[in-house]
Design a protein around this ligand. Structure first.
Ligand code: SF4
Length: 215
């Protein structure tokens, strides 16, 4: 069980982040636990909505995918074994769904949302989602500023690469070696999206969770 001081500290920091996100045009709220976050996801996603879920550990960790599926929401995802063509179609469907449900690699304390992608589908969905773009973000994703946020976002690459069985240069070295400058075939850091404000015409909701979730 988390220490009470940590719970209180996360609440203060999380609510400050919510204010910063709101100043930038994102709807946002703080919840203390992954369990509460799941409850809010189920309230925010309409029961008849299709839901696109890209490569996100957080959303799966709180049980959102299973819960949405169980109550009848149509889920699009490219997780698990499939052919390249099936994966391409699944990614297109995710981005065209009524709700794009994802996490973030980092969020600055000023409310900027940072993500790094190898294929670009996830960052495309965040900038050009068809309907509601819903983020679930653990407090561990908080970064001091953009420089810190980019470092934080790249730090997620090693566990992500291991999960996807990709032998990136950072997996071999144990740290980022900026492999993009050498045109590395296995680079997972090819597209960087900084949502500096809510994008015009898009609808965003960020659930900040006072627990460590995802990488
Ligand atoms: S080594 Fe390459 S793939 Fe790994 S974090 Fe750095 S830029 Fe990304």
């Amino acid at each position: 069980m988390a220490n009470e001081n940590v719970i209180r500290a996360n609440e203060i920091v999380g609510n400050d982040l919510v204010k910063a996100l709101k100043r930038r045009g994102f709807e946002a709220e703080y919840v203390p636990t992954g369990e509460e976050a799941l409850k809010r996801v189920l309230e925010l996603v309409p029961e008849n909505a299709s839901v696109g879920i890209p490569g996100t550990v957080t959303v799966r960790a709180i049980g959102a995918l299973d819960a949405l599926k169980a109550r009848g929401n149509v889920i699009y995802q490219h997780w698990g074994p499939m052919t390249n063509e099936e994966r391409r179609i699944a990614r297109d469907r995710e981005n065209g769904a009524d709700v794009f449900l994802t996490s973030a690699n980092a969020v600055t304390r000023e409310g900027q949302i940072i993500n790094i992608d190898g294929t670009g589908n996830r960052v495309a969905g965040m900038a050009w989602g068809n309907g509601l773009v819903l983020f679930v973000v653990g407090i561990n994703k908080l970064a001091f500023d953009l420089t810190d946020g980019l470092k934080r976002a790249k730090s997620a690459t090693i566990p992500n690469a291991i999960r996807q069985h990709v032998d990136t240069a950072c997996v071999k070295a144990g740290h980022c070696v900026n492999c993009s400058v050498s045109g590395n075939e296995d680079s997972m850091c090819r597209a960087i999206l900084i949502l500096d404000q809510a994008v015009k015409g898009r609808k965003y909701h960020v659930i900040v969770v006072g627990e460590n979730l995802g990488y």
